[in-house]
Design a protein around this ligand. Structure first.
Ligand SMILES: Cc1ncc(COP(=O)(O)O)c(C=O)c1O
Ligand SMILES: N[C@@H](CCCC[NH3+])C(=O)O
Length: 416
């Protein structure tokens, strides 16, 4: 579904005019569509009907508790990478038994909390982590459910910073040694082997890398069976891409159909960890033009959002669409849309044809994933507000950070 559409010459989120959101809550503000989040989740879950499955939304993509709650109400599971994400999920009404715990650096404290609440599975990323988990589970007198995250060494063909399944990445266990690590896990008294996990990268726009990885994982599953190790589930991670510009990624239905075909006849439950696919196009960053600066060489639209609000363009040179909330007539100019932060890398978009005036509202599209969550207070800028639109209602789900909050955790040195 299209969550953001022009109605009577003005961009709306579902049935709410974005100008009214700017008026009510100010700018910059992240705006999310509930209906879009729900539709995207359902496209995964519905395509898995008839197979035992768990769709574990990757909390890192957008961790606002209202977003998590929308998904929890649909029965979603959650993929977490920290105790902070675990507590968010619980606060949002998510069930611990539907949580998978990923990440290369789980601390003992994080393991204990996850064991206490009873997560569905730990996705273990190294031998040392496995041994540590055994120790903590033994101390608590519980059994830790485990998948090993294997690194299948496939090239996801995505930006190098967001590719995770190559042998020189820090993630996972080399698939060539995974068999021996499973044999070790099998003799640890407080470890129960549940599955095999892999996640090869983010923003994949074709199915081939996923299916290559799956084929390699299935070879491992068969080898484990020969040792009497039966796995109950395959966790194929997240990574399905979305359209930012002109990409044409497959939809969840196509992906699920291809996976189902490959695992047919096997008694395996399926787990997925989609993040971006669920929320990216459910959100925009709403911002206002402060100044237009026309120089001899370039035209700049200086807006009130910056790299501290939305890092993706600066960090990955990611292309994100920019749309005027109320398009105006007139000859467009080629603008770089930049923020007020003191960095040359502070841009949201480059060389976009726009007809603008000071005070105009713009949106940066596809900002629902890895947007607010990657924001910072750089240049002592308070973080943006977040709003969820549901039909004709707009709800503030995180208020704008105040000036006082910026230094609330700091203190002065004592008087000499
Ligand atoms: C282990 C793991 N699972 C799931 C995801 C979610 O990825 P995406 O947002 O691309 O679906 C990530 C991030 O890349 C991840 O590292
Ligand atoms: N933050 C990245 C994706 C990283 C995925 C997390 N493993 C992005 O904005 O595209």
């Amino acid at each position: 579904m299209q969550a953001f559409t022009y109605q009577q010459g003005e961009l709306h989120a579902e049935d709410v005019a974005l100008s009214s959101i700017a008026e009510q809550f100010g700018t910059p503000t992240y705006v999310y569509s509930r209906a879009h989040i729900e539709a995207q989740y359902r496209s995964y879950a519905d395509a898995l009907q008839g197979v035992e499955h768990l769709v574990c939304y990757a909390v890192k993509a957008n961790s606002n508790i209202a977003v998590l709650n929308i998904l929890a109400r649909l029965g979603a599971g959650f993929d977490i990478v920290s105790i902070g994400e675990l507590e968010r999920v619980l606060a949002a009404g998510g069930l611990p038994e539907r949580v998978v715990f990923s990440g290369v650096g789980k601390t003992r404290e994080e393991m204990r909390r996850a064991l206490e609440v009873g997560v569905h599975c730990f996705n273990v990323e190294s031998v040392d982590e496995l041994e540590r988990l055994q120790e903590e589970a033994a101390r608590l007198g519980v059994i830790a459910p485990v998948s090993l995250r294997v690194n299948p060494d496939v090239d996801a063909g995505t930006h190098p910073y967001i590719s995770t399944g190559l042998k020189d990445n820090k993630f996972g266990i080399d698939i060539n040694i995974a068999e021996s690590v499973y044999l070790r896990a099998a003799v640890l008294s407080n470890i129960a082997i549940k599955g095999v996990d892999c996640h090869i990268g983010s923003q994949l726009t074709t199915l081939e890398p996923f299916l290559d990885a799956l084929d390699r994982v299935l070879v491992l599953v068969d080898r484990l069976a020969k040792h009497g190790i039966t796995v109950q589930h395959l966790d194929l991670g997240g990574g399905l891409g979305v359209r930012y510009q002109d990409e044409q990624p497959p939809c969840a239905g196509e992906y699920m159909a291809a996976v189902r075909e490959r695992v047919a006849g096997r008694d395996l439950a399926l787990v997925f960890e989609p993040g971006r696919y669920i929320v990216a196009n459910a959100g925009v960053l709403l911002t206002r033009v402060e100044y237009l600066k026309h120089t001899e060489h370039k035209d700049f639209a200086i807006v009130d959002a910056a790299m501290n609000d939305l890092l993706r363009p600066a960090l990955y040179q990611a292309w994100m669409d920019v749309q005027p909330v109320k398009p105006r007539a007139g000859m467009p100019r080629k603008y770089d849309v930049v923020g007020p932060v003191c960095e040359t890398g502070d841009f949201l978009a480059k060389e976009r044809d726009l007809t603008l005036a000071e005070g105009d509202l713009l949106t940066v599209s596809s900002a629902g994933a890895y947007g607010f969550v990657m924001s910072s207070n750089y240049n002592s800028r308070g973080r943006a507000a977040e709003v969820v639109v549901d039909g004709e209602h707009a709800y503030l789900v995180r208020r704008r950070e105040s000036i006082e909050e910026l230094f609330a955790h700091e203190s002065l040195l004592p008087e000499a």
